[in-house]
Design a protein around this ligand. Sequence first.
Ligand SMILES: [Mg+2]
Length: 257
Amino acid sequence: MGSTIDLALPALKTKPKFIFFTDFDGTITQQDSNDFMTDNLGFGQALRKKGNEDVLFGRRTFRDSFRDMLDSINTPFDQCIEILLKNITLDPGFKEFFEWARENNMPIVVLSGGMEPIIRALLAHMLGKEAADTLQIVSNDVAPREGKSINEEGGWQIVYHDDSGFGHDKSLEIRPYARLPAEQRPTLFYAGDGVSDLSAAKETDLLFAKAGRDLVTYCEKERVPFKTFQNFSDILATVKEIVAGRITVKQAATGRD
Ligand SMILES: [Mg+2]
């Protein structure tokens, strides 16, 4: 039965004992790339915050509000990427974390509500293209608008990954791994910073939540065990302890530090 499972679950290909799922914007990056584009190229911060509030109070779905945000950006897609490469910085510990994961057979799977070409471009910028290409990314995508190309004014739009209210339900990707029989199931980690990470995190064994961000509050409210992190160097230190068998995932979930 192995081959069927392997096809459906790409992160199992190297038979890892640990898999690391992670959000992208605000987790691997220090700023949110979609917020940055909206604030600087689209309808601006005030309307974005109003949109976030509408979602928080249940007046609109995240999916619709997020599409409005991105629809307000007319800048050609290639120019958006160029601007983001100059303005978005990556977590200072991520490169070392990525290299350690590669040497220690711990696949990293990026789960993001952002658009794949932007994520790939930002990762390639920091890690090198070849290295970035080895990462599995499950995210939304981009497509041309009718009769246009993405690299012209008003030429692109987001294409959602699934039909969920988030546009991308991150838990769907993790669940098949979480439900593997015990003898095949790797230990699952997750790192994130926002509310869309909560349902995904519930499927994993240990959640790293970015210090000072919304996810920490949600975890406490919903009693989901977690450990806060400032950057990926913190995460790497904890993961190393767990992989070496010095602490368990339960012992690592110490909440706010
Ligand atoms: Mg995020």
